[in-house]
Design a protein around this ligand. Structure first.
Ligand SMILES: [Mg+2]
Length: 363
């Protein structure tokens, strides 16, 4: 099996409701879908979901990078030579993690189909049933409380509250939601870099004193402020998770060496795909750091890929793979299925994606 062609498509899906973090508001997911066709006419699927404020990628840059830098070096290569092919992808240039992730996904999908096994099995094979949290977009305390209650009613036991706008309001948001959903529900926070280190310590300690019982706080401080992250980690009891500070295996090693955090959030869109995500997870496991598998605003193609990775490895203990549930439509056939917070991996070989509607081919 050799790579014969790499095709690109635009995928646009409106959000069920506008999605806001401390960094931006999104009304529509606009992603690039990759379809790799082999010389024996197998098809592998991948997807890049650009978040300019975090990775610096855009749909235009994803397409340009795949068309100009990845396609020329991958045509004729065998998907089964994973070490060679992922080296070609990762060494093709700096950055462009969305483009690399999308293409790696399609390559692993093809290889899984060739082997006749689901991706989660050939990457490790730990479990095929998973549970995700539900993200509550940052808004006024009352609106967040309504969203939180809706999620709990739908069966979600873990909520991820987006905060990081304003200290007093953040405190009110978390207090309101905790009071409303009760002590049985697991609450994690994501400040998306919205606090300064001392502010973060102040507000997290206040939440601890109020007994708001947080599972973890994700990326309290700006991505590049490793010292600040460490300061927060060392001055609160609540576990601190690195997200925007962690892109590459090298970042993972630095975060571990400098003892900056308790937990990692791995995302395929940051790591540049499976190969580097697996490296990060292995480094983390060796250091005693558990990982969450997170997402941007991907459709079920890239979320299925992320779920396959999560099902492969024991050290991926938390999931934030709710993006398809935040989208107003689901144009993807096959892939994972949701039942409330429960995710089941498809038994089909590869990623298990069988097709997609509303794809607009890019010339
Ligand atoms: Mg995050």
């Amino acid at each position: 099996m050799k790579i014969k062609d790499i095709e690109l498509f635009q995928l646009e899906i409106p959000m069920e409701r506008p999605f806001s973090t401390s960094l931006h508001t999104v009304k529509e997911a606009k992603n690039t879908v990759v379809r790799i066709v082999s010389d024996d006419d197998w098809v592998g699927w991948g997807e890049g979901s650009p978040t300019e404020v975090i990775t610096g990628d855009s749909n235009a840059s994803i397409r340009g990078y795949i068309e100009n830098c990845l396609k020329p070096i991958l045509l004729g290569e065998e998907p089964g030579n994973l070490e060679k092919i992922t080296s070609l992808i990762q060494d093709s240039g700096a950055g462009n993690t969305n483009a690399k992730a999308a293409v790696e996904m399609a390559v692993y999908d093809l290889f899984g189909q060739q082997l006749g096994v689901p991706v989660y099995q050939f990457l490790g094979g730990y479990q095929n049933k998973l549970q995700t949290d539900m993200t509550v977009s940052v808004a006024g305390a009352d609106e967040m409380e309504k969203d939180a209650r809706r999620a709990v009613k739908a069966g979600f036991r873990t909520l991820k509250l987006k905060v990081g706008n304003d200290l007093l309001e953040d405190l009110e948001r978390v207090e309101t939601v905790r009071f409303s959903v009760g002590s049985e529900i697991n609450i994690r926070l994501d400040a998306n870099q919205g606090w300064q280190p001392k502010e973060a310590v102040k507000i997290i300690r206040e939440m601890e004193e109020l007994g708001l019982d947080l599972e973890l706080v994700e990326q309290p401080v700006p991505a590049e402020d490793f010292a600040g992250l460490k300061y927060v980690k060392n001055n609160v009891l609540t576990p601190i998770m690195a997200d925007e500070s962690l892109f590459s295996p090298r970042d993972a090693i630095r975060l571990i060496k400098e003892d900056c955090c308790d937990l990692f959030n791995i995302k395929l869109m940051k790591s540049g795909g499976f190969s580097r995500a697996l490296m990060i997870n292995s480094v983390a496991e060796a250091a005693g750091i558990e990982c969450m598998l997170g997402c941007m605003l991907e459709s079920k193609i890239a979320i299925t890929a992320a779920a396959q990775l999560a099902g492969a490895r024991r050290n991926i203990t938390r999931l934030d793979l709710d993006a398809p549930l935040l989208l107003a439509e689901d144009p993807i056939q096959g892939g994972i299925s949701y039942q409330g917070p429960r995710i089941e991996l498809p038994p089909a070989p590869g990623l298990g994606i069988s097709g997609a509607d509303n794809l607009e081919k890019i010339k």
